[in-house]
Design a protein around this ligand. Structure first.
Ligand code: KG4
Ligand code: ZN
Length: 338
């Protein structure tokens, strides 16, 4: 049986649509929302308005690129949550209308499960697929968690941040260095030219598998404030070293708990997912640890690290197989358990 799914992702500030046939991506289109840049963060009201403007053209281009017509689609998938309610509402409403008009099933998808299941998109993953169970470090702008993945749709969070996410640590620190929003990719780029041992910042001392990044942000802020008192050009003179040192601290914090989780659960298949998994330092650190510890590392293609609709489509594919369909009464959820 061949299944073609059209998927929509609209949980934050990217409007995305993708067409997936039997686990292969036929098209994946993302419209980024430039409007937030000047505010240094996502403005929820503006995000939902931009989703409303973008959604139809984005779906049209996704269908065109896949050389599909609306009549070729077997199911429509959408992100139900977690995310910004007004943004989620746009994708959910579109999916409901599409399902009603075409008389096809609708599949609701959990955004974080979807980030993890990119590892099962067929042509996007060059190596083998992970086998169950595996551990996934899911790091994005809103989340930092270690997930024990027992099956496609059976996942358990075994550690998570008690305050800021890793992506926020990158973005808020980048702001202090006067870098544009979101700052993660700028820190990554600068870090390549810097000395990561030049400065050191405090690391949290949490005993279990949980993370904390708010202390690092504060220590970075106070450090810069003190240095700027002595030399007002301190940031400009040391930008690359600051970026490299900060990035190394974030990666060390992430990797320490990942190693602990691997030991605790006796699992040596380790995957990365989420926007921060685009970070080259984190990718290198996982590969280095994998060679040292004989882990099998799974690192997603760059195009599948940040928010996209192909990840929604692959998740919907496994739900479709189980006939796990949503009905017209479904509502989006800003917060959502696994
Ligand atoms: O998964 P994502 O696109 O959206 C959320 O669900 O949050 O993740 C966005 C986050 C932002 O914080 C961004 O700065 C970060 O991913 N990010 C990076 C890199 N590329 C994106 N952080 C560090 N290095 C990168 N290369
Ligand atoms: Zn995301």
């Amino acid at each position: 049986m061949s299944i073609t799914i059209l998927a929509i992702e609209s949980s934050c500030d990217d409007t995305a649509a993708a067409v997936l046939k039997d686990g292969y991506i036929l098209s994946s289109v993302i419209a980024n929302q430039e409007v937030h840049k000047k505010y240094g963060g996502v403005v929820p009201e503006l995000a939902s308005r931009a989703h409303q403007q973008n959604i139809i053209p984005v779906v049209e281009v996704a269908l065109q690129n896949a050389q599909m017509k609306t009549g070729d689609i077997d199911a429509i998938a959408f992100t139900r949550g977690p995310g910004l309610l007004g943004s989620l509402l746009v994708g959910t409403s579109f999916a409901k209308a599409f399902a009603l008009a075409r008389n096809i099933p609708m599949v609701e998808v959990h955004h974080l499960q979807a980030h993890i299941l990119v590892h099962f998109i067929k042509e996007a993953v060059k190596k083998d697929f992970p086998s169950f169970p595996f551990l996934c470090l899911l790091v994005s702008g809103g989340h930092s968690q270690i997930v024990l993945v027992k099956d496609y749709l059976d996942m358990e969070i075994v550690g998570q941040t008690i305050d800021d996410a890793a992506g926020e640590a990158f973005d808020k620190s980048a702001k202090l260095l006067n870098l544009p929003y979101p700052g993660g990719p700028f820190i990554d780029k600068l870090a390549k030219e810097g000395d990561s041992s030049k400065f050191s910042f405090s690391k949290p001392r949490l005993k279990n598998l949980d993370y904390s990044f708010s202390g690092l942000k504060t220590s970075f802020l106070y450090f810069l404030r003190d240095e700027l008192k002595k030399d007002e050009d301190f940031i400009e003179k040391n930008k690359a070293d600051l970026a490299a040192s900060l990035q190394k601290t974030i990666i060390d914090i992430l990797m320490d708990k990942l190693i602990l989780a691997s030991e605790k659960y006796g699992i040596d298949q380790i995957a990365l997912a989420g926007g921060v998994s685009a970070n080259s330092g984190l990718r290198d650190a996982l590969n280095a640890e994998a060679s040292k510890r004989n882990w099998k590392a799974f690192i997603p293609a760059f195009s599948l690290t940040t928010d996209n609709a192909a990840m929604i489509a692959i998740t919907a594919y496994y739900k479709y197989m189980k006939k796990d369909f949503a009905d017209q009464s479904i509502a989006p959820k800003a917060r959502m358990e696994f």
